[in-house]
Design a protein around this ligand. Structure first.
Ligand code: HEC
Length: 157
């Protein structure tokens, strides 16, 4: 108790001696604490954002090569979308791609779209499946989990 009151008195003295802007009171320490905790939560969340791959290393390496050679030009190097072609959607976690089950993604890539070319003639089926497994690593774990559950109804062919 004695220590506490002494410290308090000291504190009061400092408060009156120094200007308001110079004081590092408990309020500021608490605020700094909140900022640190906030940053820790943010960065932890940020680093757990991408999914564990659901394919082996060889498939992922193939998928990455296919992606960089055939898709990145429009969909961006990290699937962020809207690269050479503004209409090209993101294939990462930020847009709609993860709502499509595996079999549907496969068909989209085989058939192409309005602006997107068809890859049926230029890519092997294994390459198409590999590129999907590759850009799935850009998704959040919860997105991949939902998408994989939906894919049991609409799997790769
Ligand atoms: C010439 C640019 C271009 C290239 C190259 C391209 N895409 Fe696309 N992609 C698009 C566009 C634009 C769309 C939107 C549909 C449309 O207009 O064709 C799209 C749509 C998609 C979608 C559907 C996304 C969604 O959210 O519904 C997927 C998946 C996709 N592309 C994958 C790929 C993959 C994988 C490759 C490489 C093998 C690739 N694309 C190459 C332009 C491209």
């Amino acid at each position: 108790m004695k220590v506490k009151t002494l410290a308090k008195r000291k504190w009061k003295k400092r408060r009156t001696n120094r200007g308001d802007s110079l004081k590092v009171g408990p309020e500021k320490l608490i605020m700094i604490g909140f900022l640190l905790v906030g940053a820790a939560i943010y960065f932890n969340w940020d680093s757990s954002k991408t999914s564990q791959p659901i394919a082996d290393d060889e498939t992922l390496r193939l998928g990455e090569a296919v992606f960089q050679q055939n898709c990145a030009v429009c969909h961006g190097e990290n699937g962020e979308g809207h690269a050479a072609l503004a209409q090209a959607p993101a294939l990462n976690e930020s847009e709609h791609a993860w709502h499509h089950p595996d079999g549907q993604l496969q068909e989209i890539i085989q058939n192409g779209g309005v602006e997107m070319p068809s890859f049926e003639e230029t890519l092997e089926n294994d390459e198409i499946k590999a590129v999907i497994r590759y850009f799935q690593t850009f998704w959040r774990p919860d997105q991949l989990q939902v998408q994989q559950a939906n894919s049991t109804q609409y799997p790769f062919r």
